[in-house]
Write a protein that binds this ligand. Structure first.
Ligand code: SAM
Length: 213
């Protein structure tokens, strides 16, 4: 991923508070104020260059979307898409998605998307995986009852870890695919990583599950 100049990224972020914040805790419990209409909120943790969250916001004007990305030099690629598209139902957060319960009130979120999250293959880094139970506890708090968690990856090891992690947490599975692009799932907006890995012939794995609360 080509990384841009960090000071320039900070300037672009600061100049566009109508589309992005670096201080999301300020809006905890009040995210609807960021959107033209009060509608169910979906978030993506680790949005990268943002193809998924931007196309989801275009495809679903009846929902509000928040993309969360840690790297300033990456999140501005989403910001630049939004400056062109000016979608009334898309907002961005540049911050660590490991602090979600500081950013969102209980039950404030309807869906959570995790796409091609960093696999952290070493066992000693397992707690950093976004599907580790430490993260599931946070997702459970901010998700509405029956709110869904959707996860896509091409990484077999992370997928297997995630199936076990969701199951041990008592989550209920709604969908599971070992080859999403050759499955019956009809709506699938591809991420940048998904496009790259599927072109290389990698199968794409999908998990959709919800907490039983
Ligand atoms: N989701 C995109 C896709 O599928 O094309 C990007 C995938 S990339 C492998 C993972 C992204 O997650 C990177 O842009 C990284 O900076 C971001 N990321 C990793 N940990 C994060 C965290 N704790 N909070 C927010 N973003 C994170």
């Amino acid at each position: 991923m080509r990384l841009r100049n960090k000071p320039r990224a900070a300037g672009e972020i600061a100049a566009n508070p109508q589309y992005i914040t670096t201080t999301p805790a300020e809006f905890k419990g009040h995210w609807q104020s960021k959107f033209a209409s009060a509608q169910p909120i979906s978030i993506e943790v680790g949005s990268g260059k943002g193809r998924f969250i931007v196309e989801m916001a275009k495809a679903h004007p009846e929902r509000n979307f928040i993309g969360i990305e840690l790297q300033p030099s990456v999140v501005i690629m989403i910001l630049e898409k939004q400056l062109v598209a000016q979608l009334p139902n898309l907002y961005l957060i540049q911050a660590d998605g490991g602090e979600l319960t500081d950013f969102f009130a209980a039950n404030e979120v309807a869906q959570i998307y995790l796409n091609f999250s960093d696999p952290w293959p070493k066992n000693r880094h397992a707690k950093r995986r976004l599907t580790h139970q430490l993260f599931l506890t946070m997702y459970q708090t901010i998700l509405q009852p029956n709110g869904a968690l959707q996860f896509k990856t091409d990484n077999r090891g992370l997928f297997e870890f995630s199936v076990i992690s969701f199951n041990q947490f008592g989550m209920q599975f709604d969908e599971l695919s070992l080859d999403l692009h050759h499955s019956e799932v009809t709506e699938n907006i591809e991420t940048e990583y998904e496009q790259r890995f599927s072109q290389l012939g990698h199968p794409i794995y999908l998990l959709v599950a919800h907490f039983t609360h």
